[in-house]
Ligand binder design. Structure first.
Ligand SMILES: [Zn+2]
Length: 421
C-alpha cells in the first residue's frame, strides 16, 4: 500500500476535481480517494508527494489500429506489402509509444493475423510495455465491403486480413471464429464506403443486412462480448442500432432518428473526429489526398459536428477514439480527439471523462478501468500542470511526469520531475 498526494485529482467520472487530494493504492488497485484532510494516511504507509501536480486516470483510446503508423503513405490502412513479422514489431513499438504518451488502455478494432491478440497477451504477461488492450481480431465484412477492398484482380488473395462472410449463418461462423481466436469484441462494417472506393457519393451505403448484424450480435452477446460497427449513417447505421450493436464507430451523419434509437438501445458513439480533422487541418496541399477524399472528409467533418451537438443534447454516451494508425492519426496522440471535442462544445472535464470512464464503458471494461475510484486498477498520470485549464498538456510527453499502470510506475521522466517535499 502507498498513498499519493495530489494538488489536484480528477477521477474521470466527470465529478468535480478534488483539491489537496489523497489516493490510497493497494497493490495494483485504488483503495480509496478523497480529500487528504478527510481521508488521512494510515500508519506506516509510504507517501508519494505530487502536491504541486495533477493526478488523473490514464487516457483510454477506444478506436485504434495498433499495427499501422498513420504515416502519410498512399493509404496506411491498405498496405499489403508488409509481412506479419514486420507488422508485429511495428505494433509492439506503437504500444510502447502509446504508454509513454499516457495512454494506458486501448481498444483495437481491426487487425491482421491476430497480432492484436498476441500483443494484448504479451503486454498482460509483462513481456513488453504497452496499454491494456481489448481487441477485435479481424473485422467481419461482406464480400466487397468496407474491409474487403475492391480493385484487386481476382487472383490476388489477401488472407488473414478480414473475415469475409455473407448471410446470417456465415456471420455467426465468422463471429464464432473471431471469438475462438481470442477476440474481446466483434468488429463489423454495417455501412460506409466500400473498400477502395474513391467516389464522394453516396456518402454511405448499407453493406450488411439487419439479419446479418443481428446474427453477429446474437453470437457475441451470448459470450458477453460487445459488437462495434464501422458506419457513416443512413439505413445501415439504423439497422446496426436496432440489431443491438454496442458502439458506432465514426457515424458522421447521425439523424434525430438514429440518436433516438441509440438512447433507447444504450448505444455508444465513438466519433473518431481526428480521422477527417487531422487530414483537413493540414490544408489542401499538405494533406496530399485525392480531391474526392478531401471533399468526402470535409462533408464528414461538417456532418459529425452537427451530429455531436444533437447527440450530446440527447445524452448519447460519447467515447474518445482516434482511429490511430489511419492516415495522419498517430499513436499516443489520443488527446487530439479530446481537444477537438472541447473545441466543438465539451468542457475539459467532459472531454477527460470521454477519454476515461465513458471510453471504459464503451469497451465494457468499466468495472476495472476508466476512473480513479475504489476497486479500479491504479492506472494514472502525474501531470506538470492542470489539464482543466490546458488540455493540450496531454500532448506534451515532457509534462506527463509519470505514467502509472496497475499501481506500478511504467514511465518516469525523472529529469523533469520536480523535487518532492
Ligand atoms: Zn478504424
Amino acid at each position: 500500500m502507498y498513498a499519493v498526494k495530489a494538488g489536484l485529482l480528477i477521477d474521470g467520472t466527470g465529478a468535480a476535481p478534488i483539491h489537496d487530494a489523497l489516493m490510497l493504492v493497494n497493490d495494483e488497485r485504488v483503495e480509496a480517494v478523497g480529500r487528504a484532510a478527510d481521508l488521512g494516511i494510515p500508519d506506516g504507509v509510504e507517501v508519494i508527494d505530487y502536491s504541486g501536480m495533477t493526478v488523473m486516470p490514464g487516457v483510454i483510446d477506444a478506436h485504434t489500429h495498433i499495427l499501422y503508423t498513420g504515416k502519410p503513405r498512399a493509404n496506411a490502412m491498405s498496405r499489403y506489402g508488409e509481412s506479419i513479422a514486420y507488422l508485429s514489431v511495428l505494433a509492439t513499438a506503437n504500444a510502447k509509444l502509446s504508454l509513454e504518451c499516457g495512454v494506458t488502455a486501448i481498444r483495437d478494432v481491426g487487425s491482421t493475423g491476430y497480432i492484436d491478440v498476441a500483443l494484448r497477451d504479451a503486454i498482460a504477461e509483462g513481456l513488453v510495455p504497452g496499454p491494456r488492450m481489448k481487441v477485435a481480431g479481424q473485422g467481419v465484412t461482406v464480400t466487397g465491403g468496407h474491409m474487403d477492398p475492391r480493385g484487386l484482380p481476382d487472383y490476388v488473395q489477401i488472407a488473414g486480413r478480414t473475415g469475409v462472410a455473407n448471410g446470417p449463418d456465415q456471420m455467426r461462423a465468422a463471429a464464432r471464429h473471431q471469438l475462438k481466436m481470442g477476440a474481446d469484441l466483434i468488429k463489423i462494417n454495417s455501412d460506409g464506403r466500400p473498400g477502395g472506393t474513391t467516389k464522394v457519393y453516396p456518402l454511405t451505403r448499407q453493406e450488411m443486412t439487419f439479419e446479418e448484424m443481428a446474427a453477429v450480435c446474437q453470437v457475441a452477446h451470448w459470450e458477453g462480448k460487445f459488437v462495434a460497427t464501422h458506419c457513416a449513417g443512413g439505413s445501415g447505421t439504423m439497422d446496426a442500432i436496432r440489431a443491438g450493436v454496442n458502439t458506432l464507430e465514426h457515424a458522421h451523419w447521425l439523424t434525430d432518428e438514429h440518436i433516438e434509437a441509440m438512447v433507447e438501445m444504450g448505444t455508444f458513439w465513438v466519433p473518431t473526429f481526428t480521422a477527417p480533422y487531422n487530414t483537413l487541418s493540414r490544408g489542401r496541399e499538405a494533406a496530399d489526398v485525392m480531391d474526392t477524399t478531401w471533399e468526402w472528409k470535409t462533408l464528414a467533418w461538417e456532418g459529425a459536428q452537427e451530429s455531436f451537438a444533437r447527440a450530446r443534447k440527447a445524452g448519447v454516451p460519447i467515447a474518445v477514439g482516434t482511429d490511430a494508425g489511419y492516415r495522419y492519426c498517430y499513436h499516443g496522440e489520443t488527446a487530439r480527439e479530446m481537444l477537438i471535442m472541447q473545441e466543438i462544445g465539451m468542457t475539459a472535464l467532459e472531454a477527460i471523462a470521454a477519454a476515461t470512464s465513458v471510453a471504459a464503458r464503451a469497451m465494457d471494461w468499466a468495472d476495472e478501468i476508466g476512473s480513479l475510484t475504489a476497486g479500479k486498477y491504479a492506472d494514472f498520470l502525474v501531470l506538470n500542470g492542470d489539464p482543466l485549464t490546458d488540455l493540450s498538456i496531454l500532448l506534451r510527453p515532457e509534462d506527463i511526469l509519470r505514467v502509472v499502470k496497475g499501481g506500478q510506475v511504467a514511465v518516469s521522466r525523472e529529469s523533469s520531475m520536480p523535487v518532492m517535499a
